[in-house]
Design a protein around this ligand. Structure first.
Ligand code: AGP
Length: 604
């Protein structure tokens, strides 16, 4: 997720762009750049690293002009370097673009453009767009952008600037864009915070809309050129509220970003036609006879789900282990072992030291990581980035579902290469995966119902979470979310284990959350629900839409849409995230910075 700012008006565009980018750095900080229309034509400056490096460069080489575009990057394609920083320009330097999102068919477009003589200077997917627009540009910038976008697949928010044109063009599909309306000046940005120093009158561009922006006018149309109304909104948020997108907490904002995050994690990697995933990994998936998936906290639960997925699809033995335990158990890792380190921050010292232990024993290391360029990515042999964007809330939410999506793709990558997973079965699974962003959206729509349930149980002193097979880790993740932000004691157990002890805990005071969407585990887990109910336990079930049977056993039911059983952990966790959040809010907890916790645990 990147930060985008555009400006046309009477001020020095560079000042507006830098001020706006400062307020968007929470969206990404791998590199930053500007392109400004000056008296001598388009001038651009960009630097890898944080925004302050670009600001220092601008002090040495000031740029001023009446319109411009600026970008702060959360790298997805290509490492964070000066060349890969946005804006991207055409060879003649007359046309510039900034982009947030992923162009899924960029490789095919790039091959076509290279064959037609275009020369590329970056590894990014974005650069294909500026060359495509250049190909179509005959003087009408709006038409050229529209034609270029008709060839691009994927998620994008773009702003385009041409040195011979007064207007800037903005367009979005999936990734957000908001226009700021001023007097004799207008603005566009990825998010409201960048606009607040200048205006509170905004227009949220809808999906599939484009805007032609000049200092005195903003005209909106759809991508086919049909006019669309200008829906103006007055922003009442404070700046801090705005950085949370109007949500009261980063955690809730990040819970609601999950549909977009899934789009980003999966984007460009699902080859449905050929029944493949394209992960751009250098490791040889056939080179291993066992796998160790090692992580901490929420990441460990994602790795535990990954164990089930890999064993199911790739038929290779997998051990999922807690990083701080792995290091001291004299692990049986060797040259034929693939060690998968799962980590949002890429800095968790327990996971890093476990990785080093495995490497010392000859294992190959794959990182499943969110933060680009983090320590684990530098020590791993290869990295699959989860593209969840910066996660600010200490309690991990969107990174967890992104990890699950990534581990599903790793399981397919291994299964297809090892011949244990056929193309047809993969095509079906990929077809189901493509539905996930929309199904996650539908799951989020239950927030109000869950708020009511939270009010009913928020004074409980203990919770028990139960789940079976793929949903044992879901239960553990749900319990962790509740523990870490509400401070209520919450214990998780594999549902089948309950009768071996924890059943003694059951009474009419104990809420028991049972995760039982439809799948091979369903019947047995329903029996567990009845065992709990028979002892007066108060059951909150997570079940599949339309499941009327569970209704008879449970006091409350949190529903998720029907989905392939192997993908159900991605949806089943969402109601548990919201339940934990709503209970913590009712208890007045510091949801984004819970006591005693840190976002990244870099001490052992
Ligand atoms: C999850 O909500 C916690 N913040 C914590 O368990 C976290 O998942 C764990 O510290 C691992 O962090 P990492 O993913 O950055 O390695």
């Amino acid at each position: 997720m990147c930060g985008i700012v555009g400006y046309v008006g009477y001020r020095n565009a560079t000042d507006v762009l830098i001020e706006g980018l400062r307020r968007l750095e929470y969206r990404g900080y791998d590199s930053a750049g500007v392109a400004v229309k000056t008296e001598e034509g388009l001038k651009s400056l960009k630097r890898a690293g944080k925004l302050k490096r670009l600001e220092a460069a601008l002090l040495e080489k000031p740029i001023s002009g009446s319109s411009g575009i600026g970008h702060t990057r959360w790298a997805t394609h290509g490492p964070p370097t000066d060349e890969n920083a946005h804006p991207h320009l055409t060879e003649d330097g007359k046309l510039a673009i900034i982009h947030n999102g992923i162009i899924e068919n960029y490789a095919e477009l790039k091959a076509r453009l290279l064959a037609r003589g275009h020369r590329f200077v970056s590894d990014t997917d974005t650069e294909v767009l500026v060359h495509l627009i250049e190909e179509h540009f005959q003087g009408d910038l709006e038409a050229a952008v529209r034609q270029a976008l008709s060839e691009a697949l994927g998620a994008y928010a773009i702003v385009v600037l041409h040195q011979d044109r007064e207007e800037i063009i903005a367009a979005r599909t999936v990734s957000p864009l908001v226009i700021g309306l001023g007097e004799g000046e207008n603005f566009v940005a990825s998010d409201v915070p960048a606009l607040l120093p200048f205006t509170r009158k905004v227009v949220f561009l809808e999906d599939g809309e484009m805007a032609v922006i000049t200092p005195d006018a903003v005209r909106v149309s759809d991508l086919r050129g049909h006019p669309r109304p200008l829906r103006t909104t007055e922003i009442e948020w404070s700046l801090e509220d705005a950085e949370k997108g109007g949500y009261p907490h980063y955690m809730l904002k990040e819970i609601h970003e999950q549909p977009w995050v899934l789009e980003n994690t999966l984007g460009g990697r699902l080859d449905e036609a050929n029944g493949e995933v394209t992960l751009d990994l250098t490791l040889d998936p056939t080179a291993f006879d066992k796998i160790h998936v090692v992580a901490a906290g929420t990441a460990y639960y994602a790795g535990w789900v990954g164990k089930y997925l890999i064993e199911k699809l790739a038929r290779i033995p997998v051990e999922a282990d807690i990083a701080s335990e792995y290091r001291y158990r004299d692990p049986l890792a060797d040259e034929r072992t693939l060690f998968i380190a799962v980590s949002q921050s890429g800095e968790t010292i327990d996971t890093l030291e476990a990785l080093r232990e495995a490497k010392r024993r000859g294992a190959s290391v794959l990182g499943v990581i969110n933060v680009k360029g983090s320590t684990i990515t530098r020590e791993a042999d290869d990295t699959l980035y989860i593209h969840a964007g910066p996660e600010i809330g200490v309690a991990s939410t969107k990174a967890y579902v992104a990890m699950l999506a990534a581990m599903t793709m790793v399981a397919i990558w291994l299964g297809r290469a090892r011949g244990t997973l056929g193309a047809e079965e993969t095509r079906q699974l990929i077809g189901e995966m493509r539905k996930l962003p929309r199904l996650a959206e539908a799951t989020l729509a239950q927030q109000e119902a869950i708020e009511r349930i939270a009010a009913k149980y928020h004074q409980a002193s203990d919770f028990l979470f139960l789940g079976r097979n793929l949903h044992a880790p879901t239960a553990y993740e749900g319990a962790l979310k509740l523990k870490e932000i509400s401070y209520i004691h919450a214990e998780a157990y594999p549902a089948g284990e309950m009768k071996h002890g924890p059943i003694a805990l059951i009474d009419e005071h104990l809420p028991v959350v049972v995760v039982t969407p439809k799948g091979p585990w369903y019947e047995k887990t329903r029996s567990n629900i009845q065992e709990v109910k028979a002892r007066g336990g108060r059951v909150i079930a997570v079940a599949t839409d339309g499941d009327e049977d569970v209704k008879g056993d449970a006091e409350e039911v949190l529903y998720i849409p029907e989905v392939h059983p192997l993908l159900s952990p991605i949806l089943a966790v969402i109601p548990l995230q919201i339940l934990a959040y709503e209970i913590a809010v009712l208890l007045g907890r510091d949801v984004d910075q819970p006591r005693n916790l840190a976002k990244s645990v870099t001490v052992e």
